[in-house]
Design a protein around this ligand. Structure first.
Ligand SMILES: Nc1ncnc2c1ncn2[C@@H]1O[C@H](COP(=O)(O)OP(=O)(O)OP(=O)(O)O)[C@@H](O)[C@H]1O
Ligand SMILES: [Mg+2]
Length: 287
């Protein structure tokens, strides 16, 4: 049976580059020849918009893990069955990259019962044999959905924006990670500096602050993701940066950085940099 690596991209702070990292790391690993599913665990559904045509949305993660009630019959509402996760997996136009989309309804998960916490882990177990990697894009808070995502994961990558007070709030995150690390096998695979702007001392000071952090400092990836307008634009075209047909200096710089990140991730997991010799860079354009 295939060994699947489940990596959550998590930081409860908003706008630090979690989704950008999840989408483009997933694409980079697919380019390296690995079978990948991007799991959108955020009701904002930003990762879904990258690689998924919302018009065709039929079943989402919401239907797989949230308790839903049918109010169509008179009398007491009846609990609806959970959809099988297989029905929420969509192929993208990007080779070897599938997506399990979310939608706003997933916000209800945070109000679900405590038993709900295991549902994501159980659902992912059903599809894991098909993938080398499951990349989980986590929501920007420490709610039940966040905890369920980390419970389902084996590794966590913490993106940290190289901005003023980069570690603000990270203490809370580390406390919840520590708790999960103590309880089960969760490994901090690495801390990733994002939104780095070499021209500003603010960015450089922020990196120093992260380097000095007791827990994350030793786990920083050498790869740093720079501020790059092409990365900010990509969601508007519903594609990972890898799908840009006409590569500009900006997009190829971003691709290079995510290739380097993928190489570091693979090396930390002791996996080959390229899964198959004959595998080529996929250059698909989203529908
Ligand atoms: N390296 C980058 N260069 C330029 N813009 C970026 C970069 N990374 C992310 N952005 C932009 O910054 C914003 C926040 O990024 P992103 O959505 O990846 O963060 P997030 O942590 O997932 O946010 P949230 O907490 O809301 O889920 C987005 O508009 C995104 O396009
Ligand atoms: Mg996000």
């Amino acid at each position: 049976m295939k060994k699947t690596h489940i990596i959550a991209i998590a930081n409860q702070k908003g706008g630090v580059g979690k989704t950008t990292t999840a989408v483009n790391l997933a694409a980079a690993l697919a380019v390296a020849g690995y079978e990948v599913a991007l799991v959108d665990c955020d009701p904002q559904a930003h990762a879904s918009t990258f690689v998924y045509d919302r018009e065709k949305l039929d079943v989402a993660l919401t239907d797989v893990i949230c308790t839903r009630w049918d109010h169509s019959q008179p009398g007491r509402p009846t609990r609806m069955n959970f959809e099988p996760i297989q029905s929420a997996v969509y192929q993208t136009s990007f080779e070897r990259l599938d997506v399990i989309p979310s939608n706003l309804g997933l916000a209800a998960f945070d109000r679900d019962t405590a038993q709900a916490i295991d549902r994501l882990e159980e659902a992912l177990r059903e599809i894991s044999e098909h993938y080398d990697f499951l990349i989980l894009d986590c929501p920007p808070n420490l709610g039940l959905l966040f905890t369920a995502s980390l419970k389902a994961a084996e590794h966590v990558i913490v993106p940290i924006a190289a901005q003023y007070l980069p570690l603000e709030g990270v203490g809370d995150l580390l406390l919840s990670l520590d708790e999960m690390i103590a309880r089960r096998k969760l490994n901090i695979l690495g801390a990733l500096i994002t939104l780095f702007d070499a021209r500003t001392s603010l960015s450089r000071n922020a990196v120093e602050a992260v380097r000095a952090d007791q827990t994350l400092g030793s786990k920083i990836f050498e790869t740093i993701i720079s501020v790059n307008t092409k990365l900010a634009e990509a969601p508007a075209y519903h594609v990972p940066i890898y799908s840009y047909q006409t590569q500009t200096a900006g997009s190829s710089r971003a691709i290079q950085q995510f290739d380097e990140l993928a190489a570091e991730v693979l090396s930390r997991l002791q996996l080959p940099a390229q899964k198959k010799e004959e595998s080529k860079r996929a250059m698909h354009i989203a529908k």
